[in-house]
Design a protein around this ligand. Structure first.
Ligand code: ADP
Ligand code: MG
Length: 238
């Protein structure tokens, strides 16, 4: 059974269809990247999975359970955004513990999880700092830490590296992959960068104008692109 499943998923804003019948199956532990040009519907698809956007048609399930109308906090997911969305007036430690506090986790348990995440991400020595005292890469790690402490079934990333400079972006790709190898949490990752997709994904979903053009491993897409759009997109310099 798929861990995450999109079945004939549709979305319109007013009369304007932006997701036009999408089917995707994601297995437990898989690292899947949704890739495609700006405006093709990647974020909308991810936001529907997160419950931040209503679904206009079809079905989305997580862990075998249909979540179409389930509120975001009842879905077993954690999302990492492009702009980090850290709380400026809270320390690194408080930023990471905040959602656990909201969910009334016992303080001891919250401390344990924050320590664990900080250890994995190399943030141990930065727990008392405020976001403004961190580098871009460190802020990105805190944003990931906030997702890790919740120990979700699925991680969602929306263009998490696009605010970083080129060198740091390459380093963070490797860090996110290592993190996945360590935690083995099912991951759905959105990017418009085909090189990021080709270097990070177990499985790539190529989107174009609200439809899926092809799903396959990086090697499959490289060797056997389904059509000219996929061939052109994968082959284009970033
Ligand atoms: P991507 O993430 O691939 O760049 P999006 O999912 O953000 O694309 O957007 C897909 C399409 O839906 C675009 O044409 C965008 O303008 C439109 N869109 C996204 N959000 C809204 C909204 N809240 N209201 C109206 N149109 C939207
Ligand atoms: Mg987007």
């Amino acid at each position: 059974m798929a861990d995450v499943q999109f079945t004939d998923v549709r979305k319109s804003f007013g009369a304007f269809p932006v997701i036009k019948g999408v089917d995707i199956e994601i297995a437990d532990g898989e690292f899947v990247i949704l890739v495609g040009p700006s405006g093709c519907g990647k974020s909308t698809l991810l936001r529907m999975l997160a419950g931040l956007e209503n679904i206009s048609g079809g079905e989305i399930s997580i862990g075998g359970k249909v979540v179409n109308t389930l509120p975001p906090k009842e879905r077993d997911i954690a999302m990492v955004f492009q702009n980090y969305a850290l709380y400026p007036h809270m320390t690194v430690e408080q930023n990471m513990a905040f959602s656990l506090m909201l969910n009334k986790a016992p303080k001891e348990e919250a401390d344990k999880r924050v320590k664990y995440a900080a250890g994995i991400l190399g943030l141990d020595k930065l727990l008392e700092r405020y976001p403004r005292q961190l580098s871009g890469g460190q802020r990105q790690r805190v944003a990931m830490g906030r997702a890790i402490v919740r120990d979700p079934k699925v991680f969602l990333f929306d263009e998490p590296l696009s605010n970083l400079d080129a060198k740091l972006r390459v380093a963070m790709r490797a860090e996110i992959k290592e993190l996945h190898q360590r935690l083995k949490t099912t991951t759905v990752y959105v990017t418009h960068d085909q090189i990021e997709a080709m270097t990070m994904a177990d499985k790539i979903v190529v989107m174009h104008d609200g439809v899926v053009e092809q799903i396959g491993s990086p090697l499959e897409l490289y060797d056997r692109p389904a059509n000219l759009f996929v061939a052109g997109f994968i082959g284009s310099p970033s």
